[in-house]
Design a protein around this ligand. Structure first.
Ligand code: AHM
Ligand code: MG
Length: 347
């Protein structure tokens, strides 16, 4: 067993990657490091959420007559406050903010763009189930796009991301990230006593085919026939093909994704007719699907909207929603075959 103190810290790892990649600059390292600090603060607050009266709706007053802040609102503020002053960001986009987040004029601007979901899985916050922070990093499209950031600067396909990853606040806090270009997907576990993330999962690869399917089957009656046929396939596949699946659904994307990344399988949030305003399902392309799609691709898996790669979608809105099929390559390709109508239950 590795002794504490002998591990590689996340900072060492980022610096090593920077040395190996001649185009990477200290600016990028600064950016990631500051994001890690923000995540450590969030992790601390998540861990003590059961102990202090931090839970509840924004605007409520707790017993100390302090304003109670929802943990997801708090996480959003921490990330914005920590990231806006470092001089590396052109602008940000968050699940919690309707518009792009500008860098206040008192701080210098940089060329990177950070998109994030500060605390994903909000329905699980109050019940001690794993939640997470998801992030994607882009470079600004063109230096000639003026002095003020425009929505167009953020609206880039996921394939343009220069890094992406997530923090999962679970039985321990883990950061998983990739800088793409075959540099691998790496996981780091936070040692609370050291205050450091240490390398715990090097070069993660997802199995080509898994045994887990993750979907909210409560929406069965809101799915179309193709989606139902697909999910039926996962349920009946054992008897038909000998390759059986088991169902796992936490309801926190980061937790479901992380488990499937390590064990293999598919996570699905299909289009449904539950809410006519969200006929494409619930998950957001920019802050949820794209970062995880970059991670899964780098780990040897695949992410699709049912018709093609998530990473190729040209976004038109910051909060655009998208059906998501993500995980082991063979499982996601199978999902695509059903959703595109190339395959039916009986074929
Ligand atoms: P949130 O960003 O408001 O927390 O919503 C996203 C979450 C994901 O973590 C999870 O995969 C999904 O919502 C679960 O939704 P549902 O309860 O509809 O199955
Ligand atoms: Mg979310």
């Amino acid at each position: 067993m590795q002794r504490q103190g002998a591990g590689i810290t996340i900072t060492q790892h980022i610096l090593k990657q920077q040395r190996e990649n001649p185009v990477a600059t200290g600016a990028f390292t600064t950016l990631l490091n500051e994001l890690i600090v923000a995540a450590k603060v969030i992790s601390r607050e998540v861990n003590k959420a059961g102990l202090v009266d931090i839970l509840g709706s924004t605007g409520k007053i707790n017993v100390q007559e302090e304003k109670v802040q929802k943990l997801d609102v708090f996480s959003n503020q921490i990330i914005i406050e920590r990231m806006q002053h470092i001089g590396q960001l052109w602008c940000m986009g968050s699940e919690e903010d309707p518009d792009l987040i500008d860098i206040p004029p008192r701080f210098p601007k940089g060329d990177y763009i950070l998109v994030f979901d500060p605390l994903d899985g909000s329905s699980n916050i109050d019940v001690n189930v794993s939640i997470g922070t998801i992030f994607g990093i882009y470079k600004r499209k063109s230096i000639s796009s003026g002095s003020e950031p425009l929505l167009d600067d953020i609206l880039q396909p996921g394939i343009n991301q220069v890094a992406a990853g997530y923090f999962i606040y679970g039985s321990s806090t883990i950061m998983v990230y990739t800088t793409g270009k075959n540099t691998g997907v790496h996981g780091f576990t936070l040692f609370p006593s050291l205050g450091e993330f240490l390398l715990s999962h090097e070069s993660i690869r997802i199995p080509e085919q898994g045994k887990i399917y993750s979907v909210n089957e409560g929406y069965h009656s809101y799915w179309d026939e193709k989606t139902r046929a697909l999910v039926n396939h996962f349920k009946n596949s054992g008897k038909k093909t000998g390759h059986s699946y088991t169902a796992r659904y936490v309801g926190s994307l980061v937790a479901d994704f992380h488990r499937n990344l390590l064990k293999g399988g598919i996570f699905m949030y299909p289009a449904d007719s539950k809410d006519p305003k969200k006929p494409t399902g619930k998950l957001r392309l920019m802050v949820e699907a794209n970062p995880l799609a970059m991670v899964i691709k780098e780990a040897g898996g695949y992410a699709s909207d049912g018709h093609g790669p998530i990473l190729d979608i040209d976004p038109t809105e910051l909060h655009q929603r998208v059906p998501l099929y993500i995980g082991s390559k063979k499982d996601v390709e199978l999902a695509e075959a059903f959703i595109s109508g190339k395959r039916t239950e009986s074929s």
